[in-house]
Design a protein around this ligand. Sequence first.
Ligand code: T4K
Length: 378
Amino acid sequence: MIKPFENPIYVTRPFLPPLEEYCESLKEIWESRWLTNNGPIVRQFAKRLASYFETDNLCLFNNGTLALQIALQGMEISGEVITTPFTFVATTHALFWNKIRPVFVDIEPDYYTLDTEKVEAAITPWTTAILAVHVYGHPCKLNALADIARKHNLKLIYDAAHAFDVKVGGKSIAHFGDLSMFSFHATKPYHSIEGGMLTFKDSGLKQKFDYLKNFGFENEVEVVMPGTNAKMNEFQALMGEMVLAHIDQIINKRERLYQRYHEILKDVPGIRLVPPLPADVEYNYAYMPIEVNEDIYGLSRERLYEELKKYNVFTRRYFYPLLCDFPCYRAVTVKDSLSVARAVASRILTLPIYYDLALDDVQKICDIIIAIGSKEAG
Ligand code: T4K
């Protein structure tokens, strides 16, 4: 008989730097009395990230959603954009806020990224871009998407919200496509409490993004475009700086947790794990997804999700329902059968993975999953 966890185990928990260090650094803000509007810490943080990502074509925001909305607006994307239904709502919302029609295309079954075989068939005379998502930090089929975008003269935009520090062939994922958006939300392996970042190829976009995130101000009396307010503040930047100092340690720990889950769950009937990523990928272990096959495991994903709660384990069904099934997007015409996305969304469960989680906790979560399944199967 396995006892429930004493305290709730959530799907994630933010990494926090030592409190004394953060408090000590706060003195800088108290002294400057500069809290937001491109303050000194934000400027320093932007420089630090520019050197980390080896690019000056980078812009910081108060969250990833507004960063993506501004990206689409600044790049003047319009008409139709091909995208995935298997993602967080913000991906499609960013299109909607720019009056762009999402064209949902199916995902591939291994890593859940856009099925590149189906992208070309979805292109119409109104298509202007592809908005692909490195879901769970799994890199999309970068070369295939680049080929399609080039051939059809489309912009290639990546929602890289989950993919901070992911590299392909030794190169940061930030350098693929025309533009990438990263989320620095507290639930991500890397965070600045809330925050977002764009990296992009065309250096001409930087000025435009800077205008758009700051009401379009050129100076006190000139507004050059109708911008919004999407500025990162000093407290966020400070947290971002401090978490960045620990990024290797965070990813190493996540890797050990991920490997432990895989070691234990790999032989559990009815539980499917993500196959090893291609050898040239350096992964960030952002999420720990499993697929539950009810017929073999003995329990549906829904039942497992509910049963785990009784043990104080709060998993998440990222990403269910599919975006096209939310009432606000039901009116969008979907031509693709989305058969893979539908099957995956009905079976997916993301398990707890975060820096403070103990390897023993992973063992116990797996023991619970195994016990629940065998009780039902037996
Ligand atoms: N594109 C994609 C593909 C994304 O996944 C996201 C965000 C975006 C775009 C937009 O980026 P941002 O605008 O958010 O920067 C969470 C996050 O809020 C969201 O950032 C993230 N994706 C999404 C996948 O997950 P919720 O509503 O599921 O979060 P919530 O509040 O239920 O938190 C999950 C668990 O984390 C909680 O049960 C407990 C724990 N938690 C959470 C917070 C906020 C903590 O322990 N401490 C905390 O401070 O959306």
